[in-house]
Ligand binder design. Structure first.
Ligand code: ADP
Ligand code: MG
Length: 339
């Protein structure tokens, strides 16, 4: 029998919180599904779990570490003061305090979040990425000379498809300028413009620190989107059930990939994971072009962990039941040498 642990589940508060904040209302909502799933799994595993939500006060973590003295911190933090740019800063703090935590370290989180830096590193090592330019706020929006249309315009550092809609798909200079300006002004964010890669949308889940497991590949299919329309996992495509139904969007296991290609994808994703210094667990987004060329789109360390999301689905298909997955993530966090 494995040792039972004291686990502190650290998550985002959406308002200022106290150390003993009552989160029972939130925990019943769809937004807190991951937290609820993880807490339930910890209970099933027989661990002693407590939860702390932080909004703008990191000192709560220190206080809770003192009073609860957990063996490990389960990190579900994605933002600080509603700003998703700061998840790596929270992790930096944990690294400095020498407390074991689950998921990815600060460097991996930082490299993956910046969609320009991650692609530069991977491109340098011969991994296919879309051609791209980063256009910071305050820079004149010129003609995208280095890129071929169609071009996809995104915030350079967002997650969960924030700022991505059908209007992100620019077919000419006017649409390109308009969308860049929109990202700068309305989103308050620097922009990245990438050549649009036509192809299948694949999600590859991996887990490990040194030795890596690659789980069965998921795919987002766009069943009812007409052939000539762009196929993009926009914000609505991810989160709006009605929209998903209308366009036949479904996340499923990728079918009809031959085994050599699956092996190639697996190796490429392991390389990406190591090059971007990811540890713990991650989901890597790829595009598979009609000529079977594989393009890196984005790496997501600490991907959504809800039981019905792609990561847990993939792990489940590999034989890892949800509580066992949560336990494996904890053991990896405790075994990771940091700092
Ligand atoms: N260069 C690209 N070519 C084709 N589709 C893209 C490209 N970049 C992004 N997409 C589409 O947009 C979605 C979201 O982009 P991504 O970079 O993963 O942002 P997020 O971090 O918000 O998930 C992708 O899952 C994919 O469907
Ligand atoms: Mg993505």
């Amino acid at each position: 029998m494995k040792k039972k642990l004291k686990v502190l589940v650290l998550c985002d508060g959406n308002r200022p919180t106290k150390i003993d904040e009552d989160l029972s209302k939130e925990m019943k909502t769809e937004d807190w599904k991951t937290e609820a799933n993880v807490m339930a799994a910890l209970g099933e595993l027989g661990h002693t779990a407590e939860q702390l939500a932080i909004f703008d006060d990191v000192d709560l973590v220190r206080q809770k570490m003192d009073s609860f003295a957990p063996n490990v911190l389960f990190n579900l933090v994605e933002q600080f003061k509603n700003n998703p740019g700061f998840d790596q800063n929270i992790v930096s703090l944990l690294e400095m305090q020498g407390v074991p935590f689950t998921g990815c370290g600060a460097t991996g989180l930082t490299l993956c979040k910046h969609k320009g830096i991650s692609k530069k590193i991977l491109g340098h090592h011969g991994i296919a990425t879309p051609n791209f330019v980063v256009i910071p706020r305050g820079q004149r929006i010129g003609r995208p000379r280095q890129l071929k249309f169609p071009i996809l315009v995104k915030p350079v550092k967002e997650e969960a498809s924030y700022g991505i809609s059908q209007a992100s798909f620019a077919q000419n200079e006017e649409q390109f300028r308009e969308r860049i300006a929109f990202i700068h002004e309305k989103h308050n964010s620097d922009a990245i413009a990438e050549e649009y890669i036509e192809g299948r949308e694949l999600y590859v889940s991996l887990m490990g620190n040194i030795r890596l497991n690659v789980f069965p590949i998921r795919e987002l299919v766009f069943r009812e989107v007409p052939p000539n329309e762009p196929k993009i996992a926009t914000y609505k495509a991810k989160w709006d059930e009605e929209y998903r139904k209308r366009w036949g969007l479904e996340n499923q296991f990728a079918e009809n990939l031959d085994s050599a290609l699956v092996a190639e994808i697996g190796q490429m994703c392991k390389d990406i994971y190591r090059l971007l210094t990811i540890d713990g667990y991650a989901r890597i987004d790829l595009r598979l072009a009609p000529d079977n060329k594989i393009y890196f789109i984005e790496a997501n360390p600490n991907p959504h962990l809800a039981a019905d999301e792609d990561f847990a689905q993939s792990a489940g298909k590999a034989g890892l039941k949800y509580p066992q997955l949560i336990d494996a993530i904890i053991r990896l966090g405790m075994n990771m040498a940091r700092g």
